[in-house]
Design a protein around this ligand. Structure first.
Ligand SMILES: Cc1cc2nc3c(=O)[nH]c(=O)nc-3n(C[C@H](O)[C@H](O)[C@H](O)COP(=O)(O)OP(=O)(O)OC[C@H]3O[C@@H](n4cnc5c(N)ncnc54)[C@H](O)[C@@H]3O)c2cc1C
Length: 262
């Protein structure tokens, strides 16, 4: 096993592209268990922990409004403590896993993995985020392409993610009691005057999705309890929850999030 620990993005990308199956190592919270279970068997690892330019946060003015940019190697704990430009995002980060997970897990690792029950995809989609890599800037809409599948190409490195700073937002999540992953997580955000976006994680067969009926209800000031549950035939099913249960949970989490908007 070849392990490198570059201190520049360009060196990381060229190490990953040097040939063979080479994986980036962020916090290792998904990659290491997958390797232990022999689900992944890379020939080489590029440890990203020495890339200081992938850490930290900044607010930048941009066309369409200000964005909070967060480096891919920023850990969930740092977002929970420091992303005060978007309190709903901060709150979301406090709900990820447990302290050990938040101390190791990273924004970039979470998005590259695109676990259908992870929290960040809901924030990324609701806040119309941009995912900046070493070779492209992906729109949130195009980035998530189904369970554990993204627009990232072989060796493409996420550098940072720019979240639109909303006027108001909230996130509510019903978590699995053991893993803390979402059975349903609903992120609501007013990203412009009267323009609402609602994104749901943990429930959809294809991973994160937008919920147009909920967006419309919020834009029209309608009673949120009148929004019908998402189509159960599009919800995922496993030993933890049936599709109908997940669809119902979405309505409960939507109401909870709307009640907590600030
Ligand atoms: C017990 C447990 C509970 C958890 N609970 C939750 C939860 O409640 N909510 C939630 O959202 N998540 C949860 N997670 C996931 C966790 O938060 C991590 O974000 C996730 O496991 C990814 O881990 P990591 O950041 O260490 O990345 P790694 O495991 O190091 O990498 C994951 C994948 O992303 C790739 N990668 C990493 N960084 C980059 C990059 N910058 N560019 C391109 N590719 C990259 C790697 O090559 C690898 O394929 C949980 C994890 C565990 C173990």
């Amino acid at each position: 096993m070849n392990l490198s620990r570059p201190s520049r993005v360009a060196d990381a990308v060229s190490a990953a592209g040097a040939g063979g199956d080479v994986a980036y190592l962020a916090g290792g919270h998904t990659l290491i268990p997958a390797m232990k279970a022999r689900l992944r068997d890379p020939e080489g690892l590029v440890d990203l922990s020495g890339l200081d330019e992938l850490k930290g946060m900044s607010v930048e003015d941009a066309e369409g409004g200000r964005r909070l940019w967060i480096g891919a190697m920023t850990r969930h704990r740092d977002v929970a403590e420091g992303a005060d430009a978007i309190p709903a995002l901060q709150h979301m980060a406090t709900l990820i896993g447990d302290p050990q997970v938040r101390n190791r897990g990273t924004l970039g690792g979470s998005l590259a993995n695109n676990d259908p029950a992870s929290d960040y995809p809901a924030a990324v989609l609701a806040l119309q985020a941009e995912i900046e890599t070493d070779r492209a800037t992906h729109r949130a809409e195009d980035f998530f392409q189904g369970m554990f599948f993204t627009a990232l190409e072989e060796g493409e490195l996420i550098k940072r993610v720019g979240f639109r700073i909303p006027a108001r937002a909230a996130y509510a999540k019903f978590r699995h009691p053991a893993s803390r992953y979402a059975l349903s997580g609903v992120f609501v955000a007013e990203i412009g005057p009267g323009i609402w976006r609602v994104a749901v994680t943990g429930s959809g067969q294809e991973g994160v999705f937008r919920w147009p009926q909920a967006e419309e209800a919020l834009a029209n000031g309608a009673d949120i309890s009148t929004v019908a549950a998402p189509d159960a035939s599009l919800m995922s099913s496993d030993i933890h929850a049936s599709p109908e249960y997940r669809a119902h949970l979405c309505t409960v989490m939507l109401a909870k999030a709307v009640g907590e908007i600030k």
